[in-house]
Design a protein around this ligand. Sequence first.
Ligand SMILES: O=c1ccn([C@@H]2O[C@H](COP(=O)(O)O)[C@@H](O)[C@H]2O)c(=O)[nH]1
Length: 228
Amino acid sequence: MSSRLIIALDFPTAEQALAFVKPLDPQQCKLKVGFELFVAAGPDFVRALVQQGFAVFLDLKFHDIPNTVASACKAAAQLGVWMINVHASGGAKMMQAAQQALQGFENPPKLIAVTVLTSMDKAQLSGTGVNADPDQQVLHLARLAADSGLDGVVCSAQEAGLLRKALGDDFLLVTPGIRPEGSDQGDQSRVMTPAQARDAGVSYVVVGRPITQAADPLAVIAQINAAL
Ligand SMILES: O=c1ccn([C@@H]2O[C@H](COP(=O)(O)O)[C@@H](O)[C@H]2O)c(=O)[nH]1
């Protein structure tokens, strides 16, 4: 069975990212390319990872008017990536346009929506003018994403149980904010360990710094895979 671990390749250069990826096996993990690396290394770097056999989550979190997001999703899909995402707070019309833009592809990427960033707690969410508890806002946005035809959402593992009950077993729950026991929480607020995330019913965990900044990344990858 392929791994449920997605490693966030948050590196400043293609060289550093490639050196990190070199000892990895596509059966061990999927890879996530976000803003930092995409801006530095570009689409050719993403194509190279795909050619090496990695399932790539292109985490560019599109958030714009429907026409612009739809066009961006098409361009992303042309890279042959496994998964792409948009912000659910862009609204139903934007998500529907994104979903429709992928319909012509033989093997379209999974399309998921970011709900409430895992770095945000109730106070930060309230600072944006949303006075709901994070889990209720995540549920609201996840329902909107499901009704718009998306494959799943980005949420924290803390909301996974609630979303599984509400949206069923097939809806993808992709969860950053994963911290193995004893690792630094950093800027993440809504966190869980890999084992807690598994028990909560997540589909995939996203892990960056606890792996990329570890003295022995391969050992941490093996521990997380064993916990999943
Ligand atoms: O709500 C979100 C959405 C995306 N992310 C991304 O996941 C990784 C997490 O990295 P860590 O180093 O394990 O904190 C990072 O690329 C974020 O951009 C997220 O954390 N939360």
